[in-house]
Design a protein around this ligand. Sequence first.
Ligand code: ADP
Ligand code: MG
Length: 259
Amino acid sequence: MSLLSVRHLSKRFAGVAAVCDVSFEVQAGELLALIGPNGAGKSTCFNMLNGQLKPDSGQVILDGVDVVGKSPRQVWSHGVGRTFQIAATFGSMTVMENVQLALHSHRSSVFHAWQAMSHSYRQEALSLLEQVGMQDHADRPCSVLAYGDVKRVELAIALSNKPKLLLMDEPTAGMGPKERNELIALTKRLVIEQRIGALFTEHSMDVVFGYADRMIVLARGKLIAQGDPQVVRADAQVQEAYFGTGKTFTSEDLDGATA
Ligand code: ADP
Ligand code: MG
């Protein structure tokens, strides 16, 4: 049985078929790239997987349970982790405090309420920071971190509920090529070590071809190709979606490609 099975998922917005009859699977231990031009329906798809958006039709089966109609918190408690942008909101808190806060908000109970925040979950937070290589930065405020390091902390927070499935919508947005590669390499390592299934959107084809086990391609809401990155790369429909007929598909950055 697949970790995630997406079946015939559809969502319309006022006449726009944002996602149209999309089906795919994610296995445990697999890093799957979701690509497509701007407006292709990638974020809409993510938001239907994480509970933020209710599909018009279709199923999202996670570990055998259909999570369609469940709230983001219920989906999360089924084992779906996602990266949030912490930079803007919690920049004045330290790296450690950010991860402790995440652990606390997940587990808070009457029993834990009496514990002072500064003592709660410190070991567990440290262990999460070690997993992303940020233990040495634990007591620095997030606001002074390099951009790529903030993304590592966000990843630690996403891992704090021991997810089976990790959802990352544009995790490397705003990053340079080196930082992009490092973040996805780290994600790939965690996916393998912890047998997590991960789905991510990414504009850099170098990153997709370098790290994804499989990829799926959306264009105008429809899934037009899926499979091995090297095979998908040669697909005529994929070439058409990005570049129009007759042009060559290169591994250059696709930032700014439009539908
Ligand atoms: P992507 O993430 O691939 O760039 P989106 O999923 O954000 O694409 O958008 C897919 C289509 O759905 C676009 O045409 C977009 O304008 C439309 N869309 C997305 N969200 C909404 C919304 N909340 N209301 C109306 N239209 C939306
Ligand atoms: Mg998007």
